[in-house]
Design a protein around this ligand. Sequence first.
Ligand code: S6P
Ligand code: ZN
Length: 188
Amino acid sequence: MEKYLPYDLPLQAQIDLLNGELNPCGEFYERRLSQLAGQFVDPQAVGAILASEDRLLYDVRTRAFITSLSDLTLAVVRIYPGKVGDEYHFTKGHAHLLLEEPELDLCLSGQGCLLLENGEGDFQNHWWTAGAISHIPPGYAHRVVNISDGPLVYAAIYRLSAGHDYERVARQGFSRRVIERVGLPALV
Ligand code: S6P
Ligand code: ZN
């Protein structure tokens, strides 16, 4: 009888810090503008873009490190640069279904802004450059905004069983947005 199951043994993976490739990768998915259309503040700008293309906003590579005792998961996200109207590209945003579950985010390249809101009146934001680490405490909805001219790449570490509650953000949004004002990002 084997002492360990294969998935209980150590594993190594490699991230390309600039383009977000993850090797070996588990799941890969893309999110396009039509999937976030209602989240941007300017519906006319959304409609004008969708009339010609369903723009790719970001892609996500994940790798779950499942053992018989744990389910730590790594996601590497690449948000493409650009704006919808004056609003920079962002992720859909979610809270975790298991409210007690935290997350660690690490900015790998580019510049961004993490929006954090707990639904009880506390809003915070973290400006990111490469190397910034954010702890997202239990109960905080989170969204990442790319304010760079190039891709923003970051890694997220969380437990797979934390789950994603997208409904809360779809219903309430975030109380602040990051838009371009005279060539610079501003939180409004
Ligand atoms: C998962 C973690 C990230 C997001 C990623 C994309 O808990 O927060 O890996 O999945 O940032 O965001 P979203 O809101 O589309 O899942
Ligand atoms: Zn999360």
